[in-house]
Design a protein around this ligand. Structure first.
Ligand code: SAH
Length: 263
């Protein structure tokens, strides 16, 4: 039953399918996808997971609100709709757009639609796990895309995060339309934290031979080595490299912060 006592007529599942292959899809998300009659999302994600029983509604990555509205309309007709994002649906993805659509509509328009969000493995978790534990202490997460917010706000957040000695994960670091933002963001952190601060460019994590993970410092990193499939991790002051006897290098941030490093 919906909150006002009316019948539930349809269901909308907002799910995240992880940053790469099926091993990073949770059993809950797999079950939602199996139950769904219709899949809504960005084409390349849908191709990865669509089954023979699905109606597939692919759309452009930029039309989030229109896509959410379409999904809610289908659910209101009694369909079982899954709105699909890569990674986690709540991290720079479709979950917020669904609630934005719900809030903007007439209260009764989708009254019978039950909306549930199922979490997924986010790119920062996959990238951090590849390295070891670079996000093992306090960290913050910033999208460098200024499509939906002003660049001045991003600059301010990056600077304050650096002043707070947070490790950081940057999503959407670079694109053809936004070629300089990553270099500028890394420059802001470098001004505050210094050129020896660790930075990792983790590209296409989990996607087989395309995966590329580079460990560097703010003094040496080349922002042009990042692309749209890169998750950037910038270390805190205490973030360090641990080299194992095999030569494999891990990056981690200790749980315990020395008072000298806490500024
Ligand atoms: N909801 C997604 C993020 C969508 S924004 C999540 O939770 O992961 C898209 C950005 O995610 C990309 O620009 C990149 O920064 C990051 N990303 C997605 N998949 C990735 C992967 N396999 N490896 C590295 N970064 C990835």
């Amino acid at each position: 039953m919906s909150g006002d006592g009316g019948p539930v007529v349809g269901r909308l599942s907002v799910v995240g399918v992880g940053p790469a292959g099926p091993e990073w899809i949770t059993p809950e998300v797999a079950a939602r996808l199996e139950a769904a009659t219709d899949l809504v999302g960005y084409g390349p994600y849908l191709e990865r997971i669509a089954g023979a029983h699905h109606r597939v509604h692919a759309s452009d990555n930029r039309e989030e609100l229109a896509r959410a509205t379409h999904a809610l309309d289908m659910a209101a007709e009694g369909r079982d709709v899954a709105v699909v994002s890569g990674g986690d649906p709540g991290v720079f993805a479709m979950a917020a757009a669904v609630f934005e659509a719900l809030e903007g509509a007439q209260p009764r328009r989708w009254a019978g639609v039950e909306v549930d969000v199922a979490p997924g493995v986010s790119a920062m978790q996959a990238a951090a796990a590849r390295l070891g534990a670079p996000l093992g202490n306090d960290f913050c997460v910033i999208s460098l895309s200024d499509n939906l917010k002003p660049w001045s706000l991003i600059q301010r957040r990056v600077r304050l995060a650096a002043e707070g000695d947070f490790a950081m994960a940057f999503y959407n670091p670079i694109s053809r339309a936004r070629p300089w933002q990553l270099g500028e963001a890394l420059g802001i952190v470098r001004e505050v934290q210094g050129p020896d601060t660790l930075v990792v460019l983790a590209t296409a994590v989990g996607r087989g031979e395309r995966e590329d993970v580079q460990i560097s410092t703010l003094g040496e990193v080349d922002p042009a080595a990042a692309n749209m499939s890169t998750l950037v991790i910038v270390g805190a002051a205490s973030t360090r490299v641990l080299e194992r006897p095999s030569g494999r290098r891990h990056v981690y941030t200790p749980r315990y912060v020395e008072s000298a490093e806490s500024r």
